[in-house]
Design a protein around this ligand. Structure first.
Ligand code: HEM
Length: 390
C-alpha cells in the first residue's frame, strides 16, 4: 500500500482502517475491506401482542427512567400520559420526530429503538383501580445484602428506552419525559451499555464489568419456556401478555475483586472466565454437572458459587435476565433487569437464596431496587395499559 495511494484514497481508506477488520493486521487488505452499512435505520416493530424491548435482542444502550406522578392526578391524566407515549414512541421507533420534537434530526436514526412502559404501585391508587394491582407489585422484601439508596429506588412510572445508538437513547428519553412534564417528574435515570454493534457477532452473550460472560442461562425469545416464564397469563386479566420488571442497581466492588486471582474468581461464579463454561465443561452452553467431584471428593462447582445458588429449585424459579453494565461517578456495576410473569413466585425466592449465601456477595452490593408491572403490547390506536384503564 503506497503512501500515495493512502493519501489519494483519502477518507475512504482511512475510514476503513479505523473500523479495523482484516486490513489492519496484514497491511494489505484495506482496499478489500468495505465499511459496514450504517445500522441507524434499523427498526423494531412498536405495536404487537407484547411491548417491544423484552423479547428484543438486547440493544447496545439502555436508559431506565422512573417518573413520579404529580399530586392530584386522576385516571384521565394517566391515560393522557400513555397516549402521548404511545404516539411519540411509535414515531420515534419508526425513525420520525415526535410531535413537537425540538431536535427532529436526532429522531432519524432509530437504531432499533424500543420504548417499554411500566407501572409502579401508585398508578393503581391514582387510577382508582387498587383492586387491579398485581399482588407482587410492591417494593421487594428487604434483603440482608441490600444497601439501597432512595435515589435509585421506587417510582410511579417507568420508561425503558433501548437502542443501538446512545444519541438515539438520549433523545428519546428526553423527548418522552419532556412531553409529560406537567404531569410527571423524573425521579431517577439509570443508563447502561453492552458492546457496541459490530464489536461482536449478534447473539454473543454479554460480559459484565467483572469480566464474566453474563446471561447464558436465559429462555430463548419465542420459545415455550420464554412464554411461560416471562409473559403474564392473565393474573390479573388486564395483564395478559404483559410482564413485570425487577430492576436492581448492583454495584460491583471492583477494587477488592481485583485482589482475587483467576481461579478464585471462577470458583465464586462456578463458571470459567474465558468461555463462560461451567467448571465441569468446556463450552459456554455445556450443562453444569453439580454432582461432579474432584479426586478429593470436593464438588467441582462449589455449592456456594453464584450459579449453584441461583439455579432454580423448581420450575417456577426462572426468569429472563436482560441487564446492562453501568460505569458512573458513583461506581460501576450491573443494571440487573429481570422479567417474569410473577415476581413473588419466580424472582423473590432466588434473590432470597442469594442474599442468604452467594460466594459473589462480598463483591456485589444492591444499591437500588424497583418493581414495575409492564402492561401488554397494543395496536395502533391503543396505548400502554388500555386493557387496565378502559
Ligand atoms: C447466572 C453474574 C446478580 C440470578 C450468572 C452468571 C454470571 C452471573 C456470570 C453465569 C452465566 C449466566 O448464566 O448468566 C452476576 C453478577 C451479578 C448477578 C455479576 C451482580 C452484579 C444476580 C441476581 C440474580 C441472579 C441479583 C437474581 C436474584 C442468576 C441466575 C443465573 C445467574 C438465575 C443462572 C443460574 C443457572 O441456572 O445456571 N450470574 N449475577 N444474578 N444469575 Fe447472576
Amino acid at each position: 500500500l503506497s503512501r500515495r495511494r493512502l493519501l489519494g484514497g483519502g477518507a475512504a481508506v482511512l475510514g476503513v482502517a479505523g473500523i479495523g477488520a482484516a486490513g489492519v493486521g496484514t497491511g494489505l487488505g484495506y482496499a478489500a475491506t468495505r465499511e459496514p452499512e450504517p445500522t441507524g435505520g434499523r427498526t423494531v416493530a412498536f405495536h404487537g401482542v407484547h411491548q417491544a424491548g423484552i423479547d428484543t435482542e438486547p440493544q447496545a444502550f439502555a436508559a431506565f427512567v422512573a417518573l413520579d406522578l404529580r399530586p392530584g392526578l386522576d385516571r384521565r391524566a394517566l391515560v393522557g400520559i400513555m397516549k402521548v407515549w404511545a404516539e411519540d414512541g411509535r414515531r420515534l421507533a419508526g425513525g420520525s420526530p415526535a410531535l413537537g420534537d425540538t431536535e427532529p434530526e436526532l429522531a432519524l436514526d432509530p437504531a432499533r429503538l424500543t420504548v417499554t412502559v411500566g407501572f409502579g404501585p401508585a398508578v393503581f391508587d391514582v387510577a382508582g383501580l387498587a383492586a387491579q394491582r398485581p399482588e407482587w407489585l410492591r417494593p421487594l422484601p428487604a434483603f440482608s445484602i441490600d444497601r439501597l439508596e432512595e435515589r435509585w429506588s421506587g417510582g410511579d412510572l417507568l420508561l425503558q428506552v433501548c437502542a443501538d445508538d446512545p444519541v438515539t437513547v438520549s433523545h428519546a428519553t428526553r423527548t418522552l419525559s419532556k412531553s409529560v412534564r406537567s404531569l410527571a417528574t423524573v425521579r431517577w435515570t439509570q443508563r447502561g451499555f453492552r458492546n457496541a454493534v459490530g464489536t461482536k457477532p449478534t447473539g454473543t452473550t454479554m460480559r459484565n464489568l467483572m469480566g464474566q460472560v453474563d446471561g447464558t442461562v436465559n429462555p430463548a425469545a419465542g420459545s415455550t419456556d420464554f412464554d411461560r416464564q416471562v409473559w403474564n397469563p392473565g393474573t390479573p386479566a388486564w395483564l395478559a401478555g404483559g410482564t413485570s420488571l425487577v430492576l436492581r442497581r448492583i454495584r460491583m466492588e471492583l477494587d477488592t475483586w481485583d485482589e482475587l486471582d483467576r481461579p478464585a474468581r471462577e470458583l465464586a461464579v462456578g463458571r470459567d472466565l474465558a468461555a463462560g463454561a461451567p467448571l465441569t465443561g468446556s463450552r459456554e452452553r455445556d450443562d453444569p454437572d453439580f454432582a461432579a467431584t474432584d479426586v478429593h471428593g470436593i464438588p467441582v462447582i462449589p455449592p456456594e458459587s453464584h450459579v449453584a445458588r441461583a439455579r432454580p429449585r423448581n420450575a417456577n424459579e426462572q426468569f429472563l435476565r436482560r441487564g446492562y453494565n453501568y460505569d458512573d461517578p458513583d461506581g460501576a456495576g450491573l443494571l440487573f433487569a429481570a422479567y417474569q410473569a410473577d415476581v413473588d413466585a419466580q424472582f423473590v425466592p432466588v434473590q432470597q437464596r442469594l442474599a442468604e449465601h452467594d460466594a459473589l456477595n462480598p463483591w456485589i452490593t444492591p444499591v437500588g431496587s424497583a418493581v414495575f408491572a409492564v402492561p401488554p403490547g397494543f395496536g395502533p390506536g391503543g396505548y400502554p395499559g388500555d386493557t387496565l384503564f378502559e
